[in-house]
Every structure is written in C-alpha cells, then in structure tokens.
Design a protein around this ligand. Structure first.
Ligand SMILES: Cc1cc2nc3c(=O)[nH]c(=O)nc-3n(C[C@H](O)[C@H](O)[C@H](O)COP(=O)(O)OP(=O)(O)OC[C@H]3O[C@@H](n4cnc5c(N)ncnc54)[C@H](O)[C@@H]3O)c2cc1C
Length: 546
C-alpha cells in the first residue's frame, strides 16, 4: 500500500472509476476519513451531493444556524498546525464560520482533488466475486472500490411534513436544511415557520428581528435554555490554544465528548435552596452545562426530572409576558433533557414582540397548505413565505436513500427494518468491507471528537486487512447481535427512551417511523472506545476476515 503514496499525491484522474475506497459525504466525517486514507496511501474518492464541503455546515444556511458545542471543542484535534493557525471568532460559531473552517481544512490538506461534488450515490452493491463494492452515481456512472465508507450524516436527510397542498403554495417556501445560498430578506413579509425543534428555535429568534409578521406553528414545546454566546477575545483564544491538550482530554472523559460532565450529587442530596442556586448558576452559564452538567439523576429519575422541569417552567413563564402564550411554550409531553435540549438566544422573548404570533397545533392542527398560506382547524392564514423547520429522517435516513445491498443482494434498509443491527455502529454483518463513520448505534454528542476516533479505528482496520493480505472484512452475525443487544441494554432505564423523538427513531412525518427503535449507543464515549480498543487489541477476533 505504501508504494501508492506517490500515486495518491498526484491529482486523481477525473475519469478514474476504480478506487481502494469510496467515501460517501464530505462533512466533518468524510473529510477526516479521506485525510486518514490518504496517509495509508490508498486511492480514495469522496462523492458529495452538495457543491462544497461541510455537510451540515454547508447545507443549513438558515438564519441563526450555529453550534451548541463550544467551537474550540468542535474543531479537529489531529493537526497541531491547524490548531495553531485557526482562531475561532465566537464561542459558539455560526454556520458561516464553521463552513469557512471546514473549507480551510479542505484547502490546507488539499482534500478537494479527491472529492467529486454535486454527485449523489444512489446505489452500492457488494460484488462477492471481486470482493468489492459497485457504486452507482446519479449521473449513471458506475464506480468500484474494495472498501465503502459511509460518512452520510445523522441529520442530513431532510423531511417535509405530511400536509396536503404543500406544492400549491404560491409564495416562497423552503426547508431550513436546503436553505438558498443567496440572502433571504424578511422585512415587510408575512412569514410562517413550521417546527420548533433546535433548528426552529434558532431560526425563529433571528427571523423575528426583521420579519413584517412571523407566525410560529408549534406541535411540541421544547425545554430550551440560554446559549450565552459571545465573541472569543484574543486573550481567550491564546488561553484556549494553550489548553487544547487539556480541553480534548476532558472531552474524551465525558459521556458526550463535551466539556460538561454531570454533577455527582443527586437532586435529593441537597436542600431546595442549594438545588435552585445550582440550577440558576447553570442557567447563567454558556453551553450544554444545564443538560450534561446537571445533577446525576435528572435524566434518570422521574421525580428528579420533574423538579428540574418545574423549575425550568418557571423560567419560561417569567420570560413571556402573556401567561396564556407562556403556558403553550411550557412542554407538557416530556421532561427536561429527554429530547435534545435546544439552546437559545432570546427565543422566549420573541413572543413578547407585537409582530410574532404562536399557533399551538395541538389545539388547532394544520389542515392544509393553501395557495395563499396555511389553513388550520381554527383559521386561514396568509403568508409570503413558509419555512419548514421540520427536521430530518434522522440517523438511518441517509442510508435508506441509497440502495445498499450486501451479500446475496440483501438490502440494508430491509435488514434494519426492525431497527439497526451493527457491530460498534461501524460494521454490519452480511455487508463486507462496508464501514460507517457515525452510523446508527454510534454515540451522539460533540461530533468531531467521536468522528476522529471512529475514523482512526476504521483506518486501522483497513490497514490491518491490507497488511495481512485480507480482502474481505465483515462483522459476524454473532458479534453484531452481541453489540446490538448491548446497545439496547444500555438504553434501558434512561428517561429519554420513553419519549417520541428522532433519538428514539420516531418521525410522525414518515411512514414506517412510528415505532420506537434503539438508534444510538447510550453507554457513553469512554465505554464505546473501550469496546473498540478491546476488539482491536484482541486481533479482531469478532470479525470474519479472509
Ligand atoms: C442545525 C444543526 C446543528 C448542529 N449542531 C451541532 C453541534 O452544535 N455540535 C455537534 O457536535 N453536532 C451538531 N450537529 C450535528 C452535525 O450533523 C455534526 O456535528 C456533523 O456536522 C456531522 O458531520 P458528518 O460529516 O458526519 O455528516 P454531515 O455533516 O451531515 O455530512 C454528510 C454529507 O453526506 C452527504 N451525503 C449524504 N448522502 C449522500 C449520498 N447518497 N450521496 C452523496 N452525498 C451524500 C450530504 O450531502 C452531506 O454533505 C448539528 C446538526 C444540525 C443539523
């Protein structure tokens, strides 16, 4: 393989169709995976549907799109030079800054020459006789590669709501994920936003600043808490740079790879005054501390969770002038932290503005989109613009959009119909030489921290196969079952598993996504890495290799 370094460093011939590896997706995961495979001297080609790099940070250009991760914990850690030269502007970078960062990475490491943009992979079929994958592109081209690596994203397949008449609307409409590159102006416009998840909350706060009138259609109220974003001063950046080693080490120790870690105390070990003082402090601090750094039992114990939820409801009520509107904004169907906590920057105060109206869809559901706007059970609304902040077919959605077939022509979508079956969220039995970076059963959290580890693990496996002259690498049915059972077990007892959300595989806008499934590993990243390290140290005995 090393004798191919030379070849890999030369510009790829655009017409080449046979590669050592094909990577699908040029987001945080795909870029890093390409970098690592190049180091091995492999010929690799990335296919990316968008016209630029960045994935999430390329597509989601909606106003207000930004991190809930501290920027300086999100950047790649693998290159000291990169850490030394990149200054983060904001503690929680907005989409344009992160897109700039990922473009900088692509340029710095000369990644673009192996990325084919505006190209969607429509099918990937394993060919037993050649021990390779045949990949079909949307322009009809067929390519082949020994290894197929998906870096397709857990939140990349956008979903429109199932509402009749969507196509009849005469104004402008757009999903937040597919936001146009040209600036969109709201001044003087009657704007509707459907959806109040993490994206909706960011977009609504920003759009309300300039819209002539904004109507928000809410199905599920959210336990949103303040982000407290600010600029990174040059002194702070110097300090961050000095501490990068410690920052990344801390992220590796925590369950979600964030800098925040749960307080070891139980809610019930402290007095009511101490408890509230602690929550007040967390509420006043930047980032996910209120979610990830709360008392240890808030996400586990129903009573502890209720205390926290009641306290946070008080915060919402205090920030919204009209008590009837405030009541609609207090979640009633789930406890704090059992869905992804959206962080906000003045969201609740938006509803004190005269140009903003909240429509509660549990009271008056949408009946249809009309040529002029939206008809609910209660009223007809006229709009110039409808924005769909209706999220994603999460985690498995991007996989389902590709016709992926393993040995015997078995389709991955069919194999996962009852829920994903994986080994470590990376391998699937019956799908040789197929590896997923951040697939189902991976741990969610601060992404790049997990991406770097997982891509390194994938790279090590490919290197091992090559060094040992093996051309077929696969999880065994037993090892995939054992890991899947373990993933299911670690979910048990966690309050989030009792709630419908994309984290439990539910999407009311999609057929076949109405039954809860275990989609992610909840054992925490340190435990995940232990499992992966053990498999590697044991010489990959849980895999079938030939
Ligand atoms: C609005 C929003 C905010 C977020 N905030 C945070 C945050 O604060 N912290 C955090 O850690 N994570 C956050 N995330 C999660 C985010 O997705 C990850 O941080 C990270 O960007 C994922 O990188 P990825 O490369 O794995 O996937 P993505 O960035 O989703 O990239 C996948 C790429 O694959 C391409 N692709 C998919 N299928 C195909 C196909 N068939 N053919 C060709 N190309 C294909 C897509 O076009 C896409 O560009 C956020 C997500 C969203 C949507």
């Amino acid at each position: 393989m090393n004798d191919r370094v030379e070849t890999a460093l030369k510009p790829s011939a655009d017409l080449a169709t046979d590669f050592d590896a094909i990577i699908i997706g040029a987001g945080v995961s795909g870029l890093y995976q390409l970098y690592r495979l190049r180091e091995l001297g492999l010929t690799a080609r990335v296919f990316e549907a968008g016209s630029g790099v960045g994935g999430t940070w390329y597509w989601n250009r909606y106003p207000g799109a930004r991190f809930d991760s501290e920027s300086w914990t999100y950047g790649y850690s693998f290159s000291q030079e990169l850490l030394d030269e990149w200054d983060w502007e904001e503690h929680f970078a907005g989409q344009p800054e992160t897109e700039r960062y990922l473009n900088h990475v692509a340029d710095k490491f000369d990644l673009r020459r192996d990325i084919q943009f505006k190209t969607t992979v429509t099918a990937a079929h394993y060919q037993e006789d050649r021990r390779s994958w045949q990949v079909t592109l949307d322009n009809g081209t067929l390519c082949t590669a020994r290894f197929l690596i998906t870096a397709v994203g857990v939140l990349s397949a956008s979903v429109l709501p199932r509402i009749p008449g969507i196509e009849s609307f005469r104004g402008k409409s757009c999903h937040t994920h597919n936001w146009p590159k040209e600036p969109v102006r709201f001044a003087g416009k009657r704007v509707a936003v459907i959806g109040t998840g993490a994206t909706g909350i960011q977009a609504i706060t920003e759009i309300a600043k300039t819209a002539g009138h904004l109507t928000v259609f809410q199905r599920t109220a959210q336990w949103s808490a303040p982000l407290h974003n600010s600029k990174v001063t040059s002194d702070e950046m110097r300090e961050i740079r000095r501490n990068y080693t410690d920052i990344f080490a801390r992220c590796q120790e925590t369950v979600g790879c964030f800098i925040h870690t749960a307080d070891p105390r139980s809610v019930f070990e402290v007095t009511a005054e101490e408890r509230e003082a602690f929550w007040e402090k967390r509420y006043g601090e930047p980032g996910f501390g209120i979610w990830m750094g709360n008392f240890r039992d808030v996400l586990l114990d129903r009573e502890a969770n209720k205390l926290m939820s009641d306290w946070l409801a008080g915060k919402i009520r205090a920030r919204v002038n009209d008590p009837a509107v405030a009541e609609k904004l207090v979640p009633k169907t789930h406890g704090f932290g059992t869905r992804r906590v959206p962080l906000e920057s003045g969201y609740f105060e938006v509803y004190n503005q005269p140009n903003v109206k909240l429509v509660d869809l549990t009271e008056t559901p949408i009946e249809r989109i009309t040529p002029d706007g939206i008809r609910t059970a209660g009223a007809d609304y006229q709009f110039d613009m409808i924005i769909y902040a209706t999220g994603f077919d999460a985690i498995t959605g991007a996989f389902d959009q590709i016709d992926i077939r393993g040995t015997g022509g078995v389709s991955l979508k069919d194999k996962w119909a009852g829920g994903p079956v994986t080994l470590l969220g990376i391998l699937v039995d019956g799908f040789p030489n197929f590896m997923m970076v951040m697939g189902p059963h991976a741990g969610l959290g601060n992404f790049p921290r997990a991406v770097e580890y997982t891509s390194d693990w994938v790279t090590a496996l490919i290197r091992h196969a090559h060094d040992n002259g093996m051309t077929r690498v696969e999880a065994t049915p037993e090892s995939a079952k054992a890991w899947t059972d373990h993933v299911i077990e670690t979910n048990e007892g966690l309050l989030f598993t009792e709630v419908d959300s994309w984290m439990t595989g539910i999407n009311r806008n999609l057929e076949g996504k109405q039954v809860r499934r275990v989609m992610r590993y909840s054992g925490g990243h340190p435990a995940f890495r232990q499992h992966c390290d053990a498999l590697l140290a044991g010489g990959y005995q849980e895999l079938s290799m030939a």
